[in-house]
Design a binder for this molecule. Sequence first.
Ligand SMILES: Nc1ncnc2c1ncn2[C@@H]1O[C@H](COP(=O)(O)OP(=O)(O)OP(=O)(O)O)[C@@H](O)[C@H]1O
Length: 254
Amino acid sequence: MNLIELKNVSFAYDTKKILNNISLKINKGEFVAIIGPNGSGKSTLVNIMVGNLIPTSGEVLYDGVKLQNIKSRSFISYVPQKSYSFNASFPASVEEVVSMGLYAKKGIFKRLSKKDWEEVYEALRIVDMLDYKHRLIGRLSGGQLQRVFIARSLVVKPEILFLDEPTTGIDAKSEKALYAILEKLNKEKGITIVMVTHDVWAITDKVSRIICMSEGKINEKCEAVDLTAGELAEVYGYPVKITKHHHNGSVKND
Ligand SMILES: Nc1ncnc2c1ncn2[C@@H]1O[C@H](COP(=O)(O)OP(=O)(O)OP(=O)(O)O)[C@@H](O)[C@H]1O
């Protein structure tokens, strides 16, 4: 069975049509990248898949059940687009921020048990941030912060993880480390991953499928890992020069 299925999903903000009749299936265990130019509707699509936005028409199903009828959604985790910055003295530590992921599941008035804290530390271990558990959140680099937010999304033990441009604003080394973590979560823990990204050249050898958005629609021709320059140009609306990597055949924008 498909884990996620979108059937003829359209979405409009007031009268502005953003998504146009999208049908899509994502299977358990896939690692899917969603690419496309700015404003093509990628974040809107993800917000519909996680249930933050309700389609104007069409439906979103998880294992055949309508998302709006699913009350307990902790099997879905979502790391939104980077929209936070913390003052160096912001009064929350790394472990506190990660534990907030559990409060969302348990309710804010419940005290966390010893087992809950073990799960917090396990999530931090997965993203290689356990040594920073007492560090104030405002004293982390962009890449470290992003790993903490991924840990926060992992404490609820999701089956599916959505990320919206997780590598924005982080350096190449942190980006590589982040993709290695995501690959591990997908391959070793079996978590289905759906990620919005602009890093086409960095992810082609990591993901199982690329979905290309263009003006609120999916470009079916582009649903592949081996993208051609022509397909990329069609998606982005301007010519994209590519070079093949010798080791894996992925593409690069020169
Ligand atoms: N809250 C909102 N109200 C009205 N229009 C919106 C709102 N949020 C997004 N839009 C519009 O919807 C369209 C799609 O936006 P969306 O953020 O989904 O695109 P995107 O492909 O994720 O873009 P980017 O790559 O820049 O993040 C854009 O034209 C945007 O201006």
